[in-house]
Write a protein of this length. Structure first.
Length: 432
């Protein structure tokens, strides 16, 4: 076989997830050069960072051509929903990430619910509304708690779990009347509340072939014990045994395989990450949501779980030649603890200088999210989830001890983090 052409990679995005993808590229023998657009302060120390408007496919194509990129890895959902993959593929550029038709699984919750019902895939009962009064009437007939969701993209903030009818009505009015999520809330999904424990299932999909990465769990709430406001994720770990072999079997046959068959049947050639958010209920696993990209911070704990080069997997998926049976996973457990900016998830402090340790112990990495590198070389805070400390160990307990041991060597004004990342699994492991 001819030696494949070395890759000139461009990663799209600027968070901790993209920093994990950058590290994977830097380790990959397939990659000759890697750049990031737009990137952040940490990535700027390791690769060229280029400004770009990720929601503008033509601007992304122009950058790809200017940099002689031959492989693009898309991190976040916005460029996927905007059709960046469609435009790049039409111009002959290989891309890891689904086309806009596939990205609808994240960009429209109403589309996703219809899809799930059409293929009888287990999920919460729901109804979709574009008329406020119809929605209010429906709410009055439903048991509480209930879940109100803006149908469109809302950067993870468009979901309200209402405990009372008054709260539910307020949430619905906020979305449909006050339009707090803009156009994303013009269509609203009202959904049955599911009781159970959540898990994040990350699939690397090539049509009907898929690799299931180790099941992970993230901590969405800002406060310890899963209390306080929702965030993008304060930490994560993998694997999790909440997905037992029985749950995994049902997940594959009742959720994953019907989903991939359904996509094919609808003419959607899905190639990229499919993130299945599940609730493990007393009746088995049910779909909470789909995302069409890696989770952040789940990606940061999953890249180290691959013994096979992740870039090679992404390249094969983009080319449509992926064979999951060839992939090897690494044993052990990985954790990430997110260090957030003062005020997060509300109004955040920005511009605080970050102090980092000069060296790190083996098996520990610091990934940057909301950071910026100033022209004098200092790195300062610029976003909510500033840094993530990632650690790998033989067990989750070992990984957790390694991560938390490094945190006191990192400083910035206002820094806060959760001290209990992984507690559910540590309890299951019998060490808490
Ligand atoms: P989503 O953006 O749809 O993932 O919703 C955000 C979060 O809200 C989820 O991760 C769950 O924690 C919670 N959630 C969403 N839908 C439900 C539901 N039907 N029942 C219980 N919790 C839910
Ligand atoms: N960690 C949740 C997400 O990426 O959507």
């Amino acid at each position: 076989m001819a030696t494949p052409q070395p890759l000139q990679v461009l990663i799209l995005g600027s968070g901790g997830r993209e920093h994990a993808l950058l590290k994977a590229c830097l380790r990959s023998p397939r990659v000759q050069r890697v750049a990031v657009a737009p990137g952040n302060g940490g990535m700027a120390l390791e690769a060229e960072c280029l400004p770009v408007d990720l929601g503008n496919p033509e601007a992304v194509l122009a950058l790809v051509q200017k940099t002689a990129t031959n492989f693009v890895i898309v991190g976040p959902e916005v460029p996927l929903a905007a059709g960046v993959v469609d435009v790049l593929e039409a111009a002959g550029v290989r891309v890891y990430g689904p086309l806009a038709a596939g990205a609808k699984l994240e960009a429209s919750k109403a589309f996703t619910k219809e899809f799930l019902f059409r293929y009888k895939i287990p999920t919460a009962a729901s109804a979709t509304f574009t008329d406020l009064n119809r929605g209010l009437e429906y709410l009055r007939t439903q048991p509480m708690p209930i879940v109100i969701k803006a149908s469109g993209l809302a950067a993870g903030k468009g979901v309200v779990i209402a405990q009372t009818l008054v709260e539910a009505e307020t949430a619905l009015r906020d979305m449909m009347e006050a339009k707090v999520f803009g156009k994303s809330g013009e269509e609203v999904v009202i959904e049955e509340f599911m009781q159970g424990e959540e898990a994040s299932i990350m699939l690397m999909v090539c049509g009907e072939e898929y690799l299931m990465l180790p099941p992970s769990q993230d901590h969405k709430r800002v406060g310890e014990g899963d209390t306080g406001l929702n965030t993008g994720g304060m930490g994560a770990y993998a694997p999790t045994t909440v997905v037992t072999p029985e749950v995994e079997g049902r997940l594959r046959t009742e959720i994953i395989e019907p989903t991939l068959r359904g996509l094919k049947r609808e003419g959607i050639d899905y190639r990229g990450t499919l993130y299945v958010g599940i609730m493990v209920t007393s009746q088995g696993p049910k779909v909470v949501e789909f995302n069409v990209r890696f989770g952040d911070p789940e990606c940061q704990v999953l890249m180290p779980s691959l013994a096979t080069d992740p870039v090679e997997i992404m390249e094969q998926i983009a080319a449509g030649t992926f064979k999951p049976s060839q992939v090897k996973l690494r044993p052990g457990a990985t954790i990430i603890v997110v260090l957030a900016a003062g005020g997060y998830p509300g109004d955040i402090r920005k511009g605080d200088v970050i102090t980092l340790p000069a060296t790190l112990p083996a098996g520990v990495d610091i990934l940057h999210g909301g950071t910026q590198r100033l022209s004098d070389g200092r790195v300062v805070t610029s976003g909510g989830r500033v840094l993530g400390v990632v650690a790998h160990g033989a067990t989750l307990q070992e990984a957790s001890q390694k991560a938390y041991a490094v945190i006191p060597t990192i400083q910035f004004t206002g820094m806060h983090y959760r001290r209990d990342i992984g507690y559910r699994q540590l309890k299951r492991d019998g060490v808490l």
